[in-house]
Ligand binder design. Sequence first.
Ligand SMILES: [Zn+2]
Ligand SMILES: [Zn+2]
Ligand SMILES: [Zn+2]
Length: 893
Amino acid sequence: MHIISTTRSHTCQAIFWLNRSKRMVYRGLRSDRAITQAEGTVAKQVYDFATIERRWQKYWEDIRLCYAQDDSDKPDFYILTMYPYPSGVLHIGHVFVLTIADALARYRIIRGDNLLNPMGWDSFGLPAENAAIRDGLHPADSIRINVDRMREQMRRAGFVYDWTREIATSHPGYYKWTQWLFLQFYKAGQAVRKKAAVNWCPSCSTVLANEQVVGGQCERCDSEVEQRDLVQWFFTMSKDAQRLLDNHRKLTGWPEKIIKMQENWIGRSEGARIDFTIAETGETLSVFTTRPDTVYGVTFMSLAPEHPLIQKLVAGTPQEEQVMTAVRRMRRQGTAERERVDLEKVGVDTGFHVINPVNDERVPLWVTNFALMTYGTGAVMAVPAHDQRDFEFARTYGLPVRVVIQPDGEKLEADTMTQAYEGSGVQVNSGPFDGLPNTEGMTKITDHLASEGKGDRTVNYRLRDWLISRQRYWGAPIPIVHCEKCGEVPVPEDDLPVELPRDVDFRPTGDSPLAACREFVETTCPACGGPARRETDTMDTFVDSSWYFLRYLSPRDDERFVDPEAARRWMPVHQYVGGKEHATMHLIYARYFFHVMHDLGLIGVDEPTHDLFCQGIVCKEAHYCPTDKWLADDQVEDGRCRLCGGPALTEMAKVSKTKQNIVNPDEFMAKFGADTVRFYLLSDAPADADQVWSDEAVPAANRFLNRLWQTIVDVARPGVKPFSGKPDELEGDDRELHRKVHQTLLRMTEAFEEDRRFNTGIAAVHDTVAFMRSGRKFSSAVLVEAAEVLVRILSPIIPHMAEELWTVLGHEPSIFHVPWPEGDTEAAAEEVVEIALQVNGKVRGRMNVAADADREFIEQQALADETVKGWIEGKTVRKVVVVPGRLVNIVAN
Ligand SMILES: [Zn+2]
Ligand SMILES: [Zn+2]
Ligand SMILES: [Zn+2]
């Protein structure tokens, strides 16, 4: 039976009319179905989600539920979810994060805020381009199709956005301003072109920023990344390292974990710069060290294989070929591998030497695979006695070891040491510094070097400049022209955007595809008017997403990148929502961008957001067969692989195509409705914890929603006002239901306001519904109160059903325009009773516990009581007698 015909008109008025007639249907239903109906027996035909969900989605669009006003006098609230790549399908991870954000957004609407909740597309960059290549389409076309599909999926899931503010970063109206911002950065010296050793992904055929290399592999395609020396465009982000750290104190609403990840990535360490001299050429070679106290123990110098000096030094020497061959071999090892403690340490002697500034000693200059260009200067003073990596290397290659720090009560001998001593002690073999504690040695030696002009106290950061040029087609062209006479010339702002031409062979070859497009490349120099060539690299897509927060505020503004008035009104974002995998990529880039934009006077805030919520990862069982690799669900039967008959291993893993444990949200929404999927996703764990998806558990969530539906329908008594009196006016089961309702309400309120543990609120809902259906007698007013509160507090999570039930309860839509109910802490308080605490039969104290506390809980509380502890100290508890509601007697001797 369908309660609502699908042929009804969709205007608001029709809905009101519909609801009036529908209530009569419900009354009919109620007469033959008591509230005492047993758990689990739900009339299947009652809740017709397919019709109901579609109808309310249309209704929310019609009433513009989620459209922000720039001139509202309500409090402003800007909630933003990290926008997706238009890959063509909204996967379950998207649905999870968007559900959290949608619930938070709807909660803010209920709270009466002027809510800004926009959506857009990260449509430039590799993911979009690769999807287009996969589908044999031009990226511009593939994006249009994919965006339409994903927008429809979002609507189907009940997510409400202000679609008038939709943006796509590959639209010229957007990237014009990405280019404009590049020019502002360029003029401020924040964008520079320079030669450097950079990460190259052979599979993506482009360079990558350090942040986009994860464990030595490309963040996109997992290929092993190589090092190449190339001239590239960088943002000078390393200069911002200290600011990125200092400003963490403003990010009071960020997860501690994300702050820690950023701190590690930025990698601040205090130490000294020490200037060595290359003996053969007289050039200065500076090192950074956190252990200047060990400088007298230097027995060789390590250069990273990427160090630009190597080629220069050995060019034309007899050892050139041998050195460069070894260097190439070392560079082929991934950076991540080279950072491993158990790395096999190898190196090559350059034949050159350096002079130690403290004692004028001449020591050999080596290239080693454990020296990294990303640490310090890429040159490392090697002290085998006091650094384990140097020690292992020295023993392998027969280099000397010299002890310069002696620990307390022990005598280290260079010849017999089996490992480096990295602790503290007293300076020895250290000239005038002998006998000093090494902590003092650090300061004194650094001061000495500084006074001689051979070093200084300094701070080192691991953070490097942000490499932003890409040798791929689908990105914003870098607005620079190269002229033989004038060099680099920025494109005049009036000529923006530099449009990306459509007809380009964009298959990745390793060279920028734009270089082959003559109409694009050939231009005239804006400075001298002579012939010139356009820059053919495009920008990293993370540049687009570093400022997109602002474009939503005035998305169609042709004159400015953002309307300053709107920026003042809405920034910083009140609640940003997205994955923790962005901790050291997008979330660092965007913060750097805001620092620069702020300092250039372009905006008034210097951080995009002070409040960040990071959702957990959706995981599901994945099956693996040693022969057939990852298996789909239907390729496994009774723990065995159906392909080869061998045993299949099962593990819990993040959903992914590779592991064949993908969840298709569309399938579940079609079968059980969007509300069921949303409800299920928030039911099991706190929203910031990883979620375990189980196909089998979804129907159970759906059954519960049907039970909830039936319960509310049964309770609905038009004309009966919900109970609104004092808790002491109630007694017995009424009092208990009233208590449960307010406990649930307070828990859910806290989940929305504070901890995002919607699962605990949902558990309380389960409990309350079970109590309502337990066969007890309740007064109508208390039942109606319970029904109304449940529907209202669930409305952000199951918006369609809640909106529908709100009308069933005799109200007019929209439920999102009804203020959030106030929880009553007095009503929620557990009834307490006083219990006597006896030790060996004598009353020694009293305590208060909830009237319904069980024996086990009472026993625990009694044994934890301070007075009781005093009486049983030193004795053994033999027996505990609990008489609930009266006393506890502890027998101890
Ligand atoms: Zn790659
Ligand atoms: Zn020129
Ligand atoms: Zn198999």
